[in-house]
Ligand binder design. Structure first.
Ligand SMILES: Cc1ncc(COP(=O)(O)O)c(C=O)c1O
Length: 383
């Protein structure tokens, strides 16, 4: 286990601050390890820019600087070996809104939207927002790693299937898809004329040493032509409250449809969102490297402790700071409630399409994580 890091060990006191994550259990002794928000302070350079803007004292409409676009282009090239053009970018105030718009742009009422299950809950409801039907493809296990079940995908795909809503890397199971899997997936989508919305919000949170993220659209020009990629600095740099996300769409006709679906209902990101995104991409790399180091150690600690708790089977986490646990072995009616009563607030797998499972957020201090693991161990031991 790597030594602790004083920066990530020392977090602000979130109580009484209208935090979604902490507010849920305000006034109760329940450790919040649920919604995907990390407890850490943002990078010091990002905080400085926020202070500078506050001192400036004017909060009017903003626009992305050419430098932000340049940073994104350079980042795609350097980190993901993907060359994109400035006019492929469409700015968005958030990812959930981004994939809802994609479903609207890619299909029509009555069409089917495919998605791997379990998945981030808003994926489950997005198709229904536009009269489209979600078809869940249960993921399969290769050893203890979740991946796409190509057999189930082939059986579930019908002439009504028009869109695949893809989570890459995958929340909540922590899978980083390999190039080989992506090639096979791309080939399947092209064969069945499926458009893909690829939510890659977690792409800069790879926990395996030396791993690199391959965007689906970087696999081939053919799949790029069918793909809307969504990305954001929000998860990576812990800025989710300052919505600044973007779609990358190389196909001009698809981009036109996407912008039309946005028209009049999707605002631009706030000026502060643009500014903090730029600061994070420009200055945040040392912070991100330290974060990954810290999260790896949290993951390793949680995996080894959870594996020792009878009835719990944790899955490996290659990406994201979210750890997926099979709690069916506990044989309790509602594992989320069971641990909540023991003072640990986890996400309920039922919300992701998998009752009996739990999701644990590793984005907290080592001390809080240890305390939560102690409580979980004691609760199971005391049954
Ligand atoms: C896969 C995925 N997409 C989107 C989001 C949320 O994005 P936003 O807050 O920008 O709507 C999350 C948050 O956890 C997520 O895990």
């Amino acid at each position: 286990m790597s030594p602790a890091d004083p920066f990530f060990d020392e977090v602000p006191d979130h109580r009484g601050r209208n935090s979604l994550k902490w507010g849920k259990y305000e006034g109760r002794d329940i450790l919040p390890l649920w919604v995907a928000d990390m407890d850490y302070r943002a990078a010091p350079e990002v905080i400085e820019i926020a202070k500078e803007l506050a001192r400036f004292g004017h909060f009017g409409y903003g626009k992305p600087s050419p430098a932000l676009t340049e940073l994104i282009l350079e980042r795609m090239d350097r980190l993901h070996d993907w060359r994109i053009q400035p006019n492929w970018l469409v700015w968005l105030p958030g990812m959930v809104c981004g994939f809802n718009i994609a479903i609207r742009a890619m299909g029509k009422e009555g069409d089917e939207v495919l998605s791997n299950i379990p998945v981030y809950p808003p994926f489950l409801t997005a198709p229904g927002n536009f009269g489209q039907n979600l078809i869940g493809i249960p993921m399969t296990l290769e050893g203890d790693r979740h991946t796409i079940d190509f057999g189930a995908l082939a059986s579930a795909t019908s002439p009504q299937s028009k869109t695949f809503l893809f989570c890459h890397p995958h929340n909540p199971v922590g899978t980083q898809f390999t190039r080989t899997e992506l090639e096979r997936f791309a080939e399947f989508c092209l064969r069945h004329d499926l458009s893909v919305c690829s939510d890659e919000i977690h792409c800069d949170l790879l926990l395996d040493e030396g791993a690199t993220h391959v965007p689906l659209a970087a696999i081939s020009p053919e799949i790029a032509d069918k793909t809307i990629t969504l990305m954001a600095p929000s998860k990576t740099f812990n800025l989710p409250g300052f919505g600044c996300s973007f779609a990358i769409i190389s196909n001009p006709e698809l981009r036109r449809r996407y912008k039309k679906a946005c028209a009049g209902i999707v605002p631009d990101p706030p000026a502060m969102g643009f500014a903090l995104a730029e600061a994070a991409y420009r200055h945040g790399e040392p912070w991100r490297q330290r974060l990954l180091h810290y999260l790896r150690a949290n993951r390793d600690l949680a995996l080894s402790r959870l594996a020792g708790i009878p009835g719990l089977s944790p899955f490996p986490v290659s990406a994201t700071y979210l750890l997926w646990i099979d709690a069916r072995g506990l044989a309790v009616e509602n594992p989320q409630q069971f641990f909540e009563e023991a003072g640990v607030g986890l996400s309920d797998g039922a919300d992701f399409g998998s009752p009996g499972f739990l999701r644990l957020n590793l984005g907290c201090t080592r001390a809080l994580l240890e305390q939560a693991l102690d409580r979980m161990e004691q609760a199971v031991g005391a049954r």
